[in-house]
Design a protein around this ligand. Structure first.
Ligand code: XIL
Length: 830
């Protein structure tokens, strides 16, 4: 970083915190001295006091596996939060955002101060090119790419607005009105995105001193906004004009601007202290909405369509959460006939408590959030959205009071679990302090979780799990339906660690007991079965499983280019510092690497693949590898360890137009090397597939292995055949049985019913649960299926692998290459 940067909240893992209301400052430099650990921050232009916080906050990291707020409230209303433009490029933050929220408000980027920052006089307002739309556009683009709704904030406000727009040299009603119309029109028509659901047209028009309001005329309660002052200068009282008219005009201009772009984004009035101001707000809405119906420009919509309840509460100050006041307010707004949004919810403690909430205070805050959400649910039919004003305390404009659902390290607070309506997991990291103290054992997300001690040195984080800890955890775990227990070992994320090593008693991985250990680290999660090392002879007492970031610099330029900056990891088992060559076909481990795909990748997630890279640098795709959107990880299972890297493979063929129904399947299978074309560029989709080729594909896709017990081959298969190895495996596993004369007829075509027999046998050999099978009755030609193929056909129909061909099972039709791709793809999707 050079020069001075505008900074707020978080830089890397260093939290920079001002006192309340002073988070914006010009940062000149940060220096961290390595011996004393002192952080020196140099800044200008701030009244901020820097407050020491002696609590050791773990590194800030969003947890992408938490349950989702937006899903929990999907039947009620949208759940929103705020964004700044630069945050849209932070992959972890946006992945978290997409999981938790479905509507966004720009925290500052759409405010007049920002949009007009390159102008110095009202005469420039007409020139669209002078508006500073870049940052706001970045948020809109991100929202469009990620299916986020957008709430526009805010058009007409007394604050964060340059003086020239209303009180410039003349400061008259006529000038302010003309400027307002130009500004509102330019801004609304610029943001012509279908994702906009609403706009704050006027923000905070009422005075904090509610005793100004005479309870008859809402105008008496208005604050002295520069808009009001300018509008008063030139108002003709004899015609009933006053400074208050700016509000009516603002909404009219917004209606007219929306008409230009055919938008019906709802037009809102937004204010804080609404539990005190609700009567004047409601009267204003009723009065202006009635006036609008008489206006020749009336468009059939309400002038003010919604009220935003900012809901900036305080704990230990006012406004505090008073359930009656909140309900009365909502009821009054419903009576005024408009929609409601909770637009800027936060709830800081008035005292900063050294920036750290103890359990009791967290609980107090959680209970208040619960009260609010119970009320919101009750009135959900009238509420469009509930938006939090901030993602985590450290990023909040009122961060010193710890107002939000996530703490300074982005960990969920009790308030998060309260809003979710879920019990807080006992090992919720927000209440334990990872890395300090003994291993803890508890239940998290329904899973027994052991959190070991960690030591980090030279980039290597080592977590040792003792026999006692493991025994204790296994005792707590209950067996699943397969009779297997599962224990998670959660290694807390370590700043600067490139490698994580989990040390385990070797006996625990050579055990006859059925259990699985899920080693969770920042680099990836690896689930190992208790028999993982059953074929390893090492006598070491302890072994370590290592998940390290891989150094890809020695790979070929081609391979590096396809990996790009996607994650690559090295997996190893070690005894002391000796790597044990692990390869155990009977004990597959499953691996999940956290990954946030780009927008292009997300549009084609089947093309995200995982490569295994051998010691020569050769990359081979793992057939079972895939991106799992629910967990935000790329997952695969393997029976040996090497280097693994995520790649994006965009493979297609020029002759797929005639088989649009098969295109996705062909491409997904080709991307991971399961299927290939008849040449680089063609797939020959309509050609019949040969028996040997289909066998080869099944064996490859299901990663079937033989134990080499088969040493005789069909009489018509030469040892040099390109499919020899796979056919030998299929023969050994009883998938390929051949004809009575010991031939296999490898080059023959294959009927659909023979395909079903081979596929069902292959699935069984792969240990897949094939189930009882479905019914063939729905197919007009069910009676044509030969006896030997009936069970297989029923099984595949039951699994959804075979769906029929124009309502028929077509058992005797020849099976084509395109159909083969689809069958393989459905198996892959199982
Ligand atoms: C706040 C932002 O969060 C801060 O970053 C900025 O310094 C000041 O404004 N009411 C509103 C919001 O309508 O726009 C304000 O946002 C908070 C109060």
């Amino acid at each position: 970083m050079s020069g001075s940067e505008r900074a707020q909240g978080l830089i890397g893992n260093i939290g920079i915190r001002g006192t309340a209301g002073s988070n914006d400052f010009n940062l000149n430099s940060i220096k961290i001295t390595d011996d004393s650990g002192t952080v020196l921050v140099n800044w200008t232009g701030s009244s901020s006091d820097f407050v020491p916080d002696d609590y050791q906050w773990p590194p800030a990291k969003w947890n992408l596996t938490l349950p989702s707020l937006k899903d929990a409230y999907s039947q009620y209303f949208k759940i929103g939060n705020i964004m700044e433009p630069t945050q849209t490029t932070d992959a972890t933050l946006t992945a978290m955002y997409d999981k938790q929220y479905n509507v966004v408000t720009a925290e500052n980027a759409m405010k007049p101060d920002n949009l007009l920052k390159n102008m110095s006089s009202a005469s420039e307002l007409l020139d669209q090119s002078k508006y500073n739309f870049a940052g706001a556009d970045q948020i809109v683009q991100w929202a469009e790419d990620n299916n986020q709704s957008i709430h526009g904030h805010t058009l007409v406000w007394y604050s964060q607005t340059p003086a020239f727009i209303n009180t410039g040299a003349s400061g008259t009603r006529a000038a302010a009105k003309a400027n307002m119309e130009t500004y509102i029109t330019n801004v609304i028509t610029h943001f012509n995105s279908p994702n906009f659901i609403s706009w704050d047209v006027v923000n905070e028009a009422f005075d904090d001193n509610t005793s100004k309001f005479d309870h008859k005329d809402w105008r008496t309660g208005l604050r002295n906004s520069p808009w009001l002052t300018a509008y008063a200068n030139g108002a003709d009282a004899s015609k009933g004009e006053s400074g208050a008219d700016y509000i009516y005009d603002a909404f009219v201009f917004a209606h007219l601007a929306e008409a230009q772009i055919d938008s019906t984004a709802k037009l809102y009035y937004n204010d804080y202290n609404e539990t005190y101001k609700y009567e004047e707000m409601a009267q204003m809405v009723e009065d202006l909405n009635a006036q609008w119906e008489q206006d020749p420009r009336y468009d059939g919509r309400k002038l003010i369509e919604g009220i935003g309840m900012q809901s900036h509460f305080w704990i230990g100050g006012d406004p505090h959460v008073d359930a009656n006041e909140v309900e009365t307010t909502i009821q009054r707004f419903i009576k005024a006939g408009v929609r409601i949004s909770v637009s800027e919810l936060d709830m800081p403690f008035e005292d900063n408590y050294g920036y750290h909430l103890d359990e009791v205070k967290q609980k107090q805050q959680a209970d208040l959030y619960s009260i609010l959400f119970d009320i919101y649910k009750k009135y959900a039919a009238s509420i469009d959205r509930v938006t939090f004003w901030g993602k985590a305390d450290i990023q909040s404009w009122r961060g010193s009071g710890m107002p939000l659902l996530f703490d300074n390290s982005f960990r969920p607070k009790k308030a998060f679990w309260a809003v979710m309506g879920l019990d807080e997991p006992t090992t919720n990291p927000s209440t334990s302090n990872p890395g300090m103290g003994a291993a803890t054992v508890g239940t998290k997300d329904g899973q027994v979780t052991l959190e070991p001690k960690v030591e980090t040195k030279n980039g290597v984080a080592t977590a040792a799990v003792s026999n006692d800890d493991l025994t204790k955890a296994l005792k707590q775990a209950t067996a699943n339906t397969n009779g297997k227990k599962q224990v998670a070992i959660q290694v807390p994320a370590q700043a600067n660690a490139t490698s994580y090593e989990v040390q385990l008693p070797a006996a625990s991985l050579k055990s006859q007991d059925a259990f699985e250990l899920v080693l969770k680290t920042d680099n990836g999660t690896i689930s190992v079965p208790s028999n993982m090392l059953s074929n390893v002879t090492s006598s070491a007492e302890n072994v370590s499983v290592r998940i390290a970031k891989a150094d890809t610099s020695s790979l070929s330029a081609d391979v590096r280019a396809q990996i790009g900056n996607r994650p690559a990891i090295d997996l190893n088992v070690l005894a002391g510092d000796q790597v044990i060559a692990w390869n155990n076909p009977v004990a597959p481990v499953t691996v999940a690497i956290p990954y946030t795909p780009t927008a292009t990748e997300l549009a084609n997630p089947d093309r995200i693949v995982i490569w295994t890279i051998d010691s020569q640098g050769n990359a081979t795709s793992i057939p079972n590898g895939r991106y799992d959107a629910a967990t935000g990880t790329v997952q695969f299972s393997t029976t040996h360890f090497s280097t693994y890297a995520i790649a994006f493979v965009d493979k297609t063929f020029s002759d797929l137009q005639s088989v649009p129904w098969a295109q996705q399947a062909v491409e997904a299978m080709a991307a991971r090397g399961i299927i290939s074309g008849t040449s680089e560029d063609s797939f020959a989709p309509k050609a019949s597939i040969k028996r040997a080729d289909f066998i080869k594909l099944l064996v490859k896709e299901l990663e079937l292995k033989g134990i080499g017990s088969e040493d005789t081959m069909f009489g018509d298969v030469p040892a040099s055949a390109y499919y020899y190895n796979e056919l030998a495996i299929a023969k050994e596993l009883g998938i390929a049985t051949g004809y009575g004369d010991n031939t296999f007829k490898p080059d023959s075509t294959i009927s659909r019913q023979d395909m079903m027999v081979l596929t069902a046998r292959a699935l069984a050999a792969a240990g897949r649960q094939v189930g009882a099978g479905g019914s063939l009755n729905a197919f007009a030609d069910a009676g044509n299926v030969s006896g030997y193929a009936q069970d297989s056909a029923a099984q595949l129909v039951g699994l959804g692998i075979v769906n029929g061909k124009n309502g028929k099972i077509a058992p005797n039709d020849l099976f084509t290459r395109a159909e083969a791709a689809v069958i393989l793809y459905r198996i892959w999707k199982l």
